[in-house]
Ligand binder design. Sequence first.
Ligand SMILES: Cc1cc2nc3c(=O)[nH]c(=O)nc-3n(C[C@H](O)[C@H](O)[C@H](O)COP(=O)(O)O)c2cc1C
Length: 327
Amino acid sequence: MNTETKYLGLELKSPVIVGSCGLTADVDNMVQMERAGAGAVVVKSVFEEQIIHDIKRNTHMVAPTDSYGDSYEYIAQHVADNSLERHFSMIREAKSRLTIPVIGSINCFSYENWLTYAKKFEEAGCDALELNMAILPYETTLSADDVERTFNQIITTLRKSVSIPISIKVGSYFTDMAKQMQQLSWMGIQGVTMFNKNVEVDIDIESETLKNASYLSNPEDIYKTLRWVAILSKKMRCDLSASTGVYTAADVVKMLLAGATTVQVVSCLYKHGIDTLRDLNNGLCDWMQRKGYNSLADFRGKLAVMPADKASVAMRTQFMKYFADIV
Ligand SMILES: Cc1cc2nc3c(=O)[nH]c(=O)nc-3n(C[C@H](O)[C@H](O)[C@H](O)COP(=O)(O)O)c2cc1C
């Protein structure tokens, strides 16, 4: 059974790839992922926020405003370089031990660092770069136009500055999801990954404090991504990678039928182990064989919503007795 696919211009043996997470910060894990059949790995993101945190921890004796201003700058640069160098040496090792594509990932908040880091990823030998741009629009002063401008500015600059393929990983907070995703796909990038799952917030009612809810997804979290992949896959001018809630081979098949180019898995590997990738690939092949499909192209996008289709089940959000068997 042929499960080969092209993603971001790269040749993949399988459409099942491992999304960016703690497991992909370790080269031995990545080797195990390749052996279990991963088509590619997206390495754990470098977070500018983490690097700032490292700088603060290491420069607490030297305040930026004191007379040791120069030493602060020096130490800060040294800490940042060290943090990044550790990451890039891990990427270089991954590149030397893996044959599948290694995709780097970054999350920055300053415009300059998106650019600086992206260039360093290219130099480190990454096959492609996923920009982790999931923005939570919590500022009451932030408009949809502001978010759009941020995306445009970063993508336009990076597109001109690095030559490896670029994909954008987005969150699901867009008022104009279809328009935004289509416009992103027109900006000369090679792919969009939908969606990054937010770390959700919960409340401890005894201590009356905010806390993080579980950071792993659940199988029912697949539906939001599935809907949007089905609605958008025929309208995009770049690849679409489906992320969140993929746990089984059936889930992989669903995403491909909806039109995804690749399917990312993370929580499933945390909960059931890296070797689950084998079950996902075997299950995909078994299903293709049962259905008489020889390649992914035979069925990919078969259930995508066509641009003119206004009556698709994928567009229905409200419950109505008329459309359901439930009374
Ligand atoms: C422990 C953990 C760490 C993660 N770290 C990153 C990260 O560094 N960068 C990123 O883009 N996504 C990160 N994610 C999000 C995943 O890549 C993925 O988009 C999300 O977990 C939804 O997919 P899933 O349902 O397969 O887990 C992380 C997820 C988990 C659970």
